[in-house]
Write a protein that binds this ligand. Structure first.
Ligand SMILES: Nc1nc2c(ncn2[C@@H]2O[C@H](COP(=O)(O)OP(=O)(O)OP(=O)(O)O)[C@@H](O)[C@H]2O)c(=O)[nH]1
Ligand SMILES: [Mg+2]
Length: 721
């Protein structure tokens, strides 16, 4: 993958910064297909990081370097691409917009100090876009809005701005305002540049790139006047300097730098969202965007650091973004590269990470994700600046900057890197729960071994994936965020030479007796040699749900000698494990041994175990056995417009709605109980039912009898396996 970036011509060495004030960490967030990766490519080409821009259809972009991204024609993981502009290093973090990869987005939000929220002028704002906006809001991320694809014939820039104002504006639409007006060609049908409302400069791309930069033309004066006033009022309404509004209202001309400083304060405070129109294809707007990224966005110095503790959880003072402070860095992402091995993307929050140092790597609180708590001292040999899939060595990485390290023996996503004699710990950020189970089957025995090894490594690197080896259903189940996520993992396993396929996910059912029944077990073999003799009679009674298993004895006159009484129980329990009709374990029954027969020579422990097992099978034939299925409590959160569809769908899944309640922001929370067999694909189906805006969680509630017609089908399927 390093090869491809070289072919495109990476120019120069990686930028290195010495002061956090000269760093901007910006994550690009937005709907899949909005043009984030293309925009990053354009920014890299415009600032000379690469000699020419690659494209999505050709699979040649810097950020979508992964073969899985090329195949899916969309980003599947977080990528970092630094550039330099005006003496500032901007670390662009390109996140995937597709919901399956929300874990990558969350990692990007953790590493960044601001988000460039990308909305396509062709598609506008939809429910998915709103959900992504809320992801940013949940972590208090300062944001600007880039409206992309403004060159497209179906693009509607003005309507998209209006939509953003309606949907993203907090209290008033004056919190979402354009910083630039589009400059049209003479025919008025194509956007050829931008007119800066604060800077009062025009970037004109009529003759291609680089643009001609000039002061505003007189013919723009009228349009500018109104838009500029609205913008200035919007900015100073959010200003910390309360004298500004008075000065402005008294007619004072506020200078450009004052306004830009104020803009930066309002953006950093998360109360103002500037809007910029850009075009990834023609580069129109790129220079305006670079201006905003360097002058309007906060530096890492203005971003409160996540809390740190000692590795034992003992409290520590809040750190600041100081390159001379104690080292605290965090692994935000882990990639397994086929050549380099483990590559860890690292955000340094405090101190300076230098090569050839012994670092302390701590990971706590991720045991449920398959990462047991760990602490290790490790040598960090080299430090790199990542550019998509390319790693360029750098001499150090200061607080506020982002780098990559390789070959760490223990670093997992979410781990803290500190120094040996001052080990520290940051609590990992909130990771989404994988809810789509995919059962995978290796083709051969040797594939099975390779799959186990490779899958373990892949899952360890991705906290949004969970591996389950279900002993009851005998399936290897990979819990993913969605089908594309699963595809990425399966493709990586196949690329590693493992042949595998998927099969329907089975749910662990249970069996139980629904009526009392007697069972006779006779295991008698006395022809030749040492014989076997055991006869027992049992009574089986159903117990209430979750009562487990009870064994009672009512034998009179020593019909079953006392040493064989536990043998019968053992045999019954073994048969309960094997199941009666569909091969699932039997639960919630009481078995009473009330009679039997023994032989002074031929009876044995083994013979009575066999008789116990036969007696239970006999009882099952005489009585009624039912299948129990797990029922989960499900909590769904959807925009109000989808409530009807989700409730209707619940009943088609045999679900019982327990209640609904309004949630903030025109959303509803629906609580229901749904059988787990109806939920195996709910992650995919809820998403399509709610245009990607619905989320859910589930937890096991209890076992309940399965309707007879379904139980019959399950038994049939079990017999066929
Ligand atoms: N005409 C035009 N097409 C664009 C522009 N930006 C992106 N595209 C096209 O739109 C498609 C999607 O662009 P991407 O850059 O992959 O979008 P993305 O936001 O990175 O999407 P995800 O990675 O899935 O989140 C590609 O085919 C691009 O070539 C643009 O400014 N103008
Ligand atoms: Mg992309």
């Amino acid at each position: 993958m390093a090869q491809k970036t070289q072919e495109k011509g990476v120019t120069g060495t990686a930028p290195v910064v010495d002061a956090p004030s000269n760093v901007r960490n910006v994550v690009l967030v937005g709907h899949s297909g909005a043009g984030k990766t293309t925009l990053v490519e354009t920014l890299l080409a415009s600032t000379g990081v690469i000699s020419r821009a690659g494209s999505i259809p050709d699979g040649t972009t810097t950020c979508d370097h992964d073969p899985a991204a090329v195949k899916q024609q969309r980003s599947v993981s977080l990528a970092c691409a630094p550039l330099e502009h005006d003496g500032v290093k901007i670390n662009l973090l390109d996140s995937p917009g597709y919901a399956d990869f929300v874990g990558e987005l969350r990692a990007g939000l953790r590493a960044a100090d601001a988000a460039l929220f990308v909305v396509s002028a062709v598609d506008g704002v939809d429910a998915t876009t709103v959900a992504l906006w809320e992801e940013c809001a949940a972590v208090g991320m300062p944001r600007a809005v880039a409206i992309t694809r403004i060159d497209h014939p179906r693009a509607d820039y003005d309507e998209t701005v209006a939509q953003c104002q309606r949907v993203f504006g907090d209290s008033s639409s004056s919190s979402v305002l354009p910083l630039y007006l589009p400059l049209h060609n003479d025919a008025g049908d194509t956007v050829v540049g931008t007119v800066g409302l604060l800077t009062q400069r025009v970037f004109d791309y009529s003759d291609g790139y680089p643009p001609q930069v000039r002061d505003t033309d007189p013919e723009h004066a009228a349009a500018m006047e109104e838009a500029r006033n609205t913008l200035i009022e919007g900015i100073i309404a959010e200003s910390e300097d309360e004298t500004l509004m008075d000065r402005y209202l008294s007619g004072e001309q506020l200078d450009e730098q004052t306004l830009i400083d104020d803009l930066e304060t309002a953006v950093t405070g998360g109360s103002f969202y500037p809007v910029i129109g850009v075009c990834g294809d023609t580069q129109v707007g790129v220079d305006a965007l670079l201006e905003v990224l360097t002058r309007g966005f906060p530096s890492p110095l203005e971003h409160a650091l996540p809390a740190v503790t000692g590795v034992d959880g003992s409290p520590r003072d809040l750190l600041t973004c100081d390159p001379n402070g104690p080292l605290v860095a965090e692994v935000v992402k882990t990639t397994i590269d086929s050549y380099v091995g483990r590559v860890s993307l690292v955000r340094v929050f405090s101190g300076t990470l230098r090569p050839d140092t012994i670092a302390h790597v701590s990971g706590h609180g991720m045991a449920e994700r398959g990462h047991p708590d760990h602490d290790a001292d490790e040598r960090v040999a080299h430090i790199y600046s990542p550019l998509g899939g390319e790693l360029r060595e750098v001499p150090y990485c200061i607080a506020g900057d982002i780098c990559a390290i390789t070959k760490s023996g223990s670093a997992e996503t979410g781990d803290t890197i500190s120094v040996k004699d001052n080990p520290l710990l940051m609590a990992p950020w909130e990771m989404p729960e994988p809810l789509l189970p995919v059962a995978i089957v290796a083709k051969t025995r040797s594939d099975e071994d390779a799959m186990a090894k490779n899958l373990g490594r892949l899952v360890a690197g991705d906290p949004t994936m969970r591996l389950e080896r279900n002993a009851e259903t005998r399936q290897t189940v990979l819990w993913c965020m969605g089908e594309s996520h699963a595809d990425v993992v399966l493709d990586r396993l196949r690329a590693g030479g493992v042949e595998l396929s998927t099969e329907p996910v089975r749910v662990a059912l249970r069996e139980t007796f629904t009526s009392a029944a007697k069972g006779h077990g006779r295991h008698v073999k006395q022809s030749g040699g040492h014989g076997q003799y055991a006869v027992c009679d049992i009574e089986v009674e159903p117990l209430p749900c979750s009562a487990g298993f009870e064994y009672a004895v009512r034998v009179v006159g020593g019909a079953v000698p006392h040493q064989y009484i536990p043998s019968v129980e053992k045999g019954v329990r073994a048969q309960m494990e094997r199941g009666m009709t569909a091969g699932y374990p039997v639960v919630d029954i009481k078995v009473t041994l009330f009679d039997g027969k023994a032989h002074s020579v031929d009876s044995s422990d083994a013979a009575f175990q066999m008789a116990g097992s036969l007696a239970l099978r006999d009882a099952a034939e005489k009585g009624q056995v039912a299948l129990l299925e797990p029922v989960d409590e499900v909590t769904v959160r959807v925009p109000d417009t989808y409530v009807g569809a989700v409730m209707g769908d619940m009943s088609s899944r045999r679900g019982r709605v327990l209640g609904t309640e309004p949630d903030n922001g025109e959303r509803t929370v629906i609580r229901a109980e749904v059988p787990a067999v109806e939920l195996t694909r709910y992650a995919v189906e809820l998403r399509s039912m709610s245009s990607g805006a619905g989320t859910f969680s589930r937890s096991f509630a209890r076992y309940e009898p399965m309707p007879p017609h379904l139980a019959e089908q399950m038994s049939k399927e079990a017999a066929e396996r």
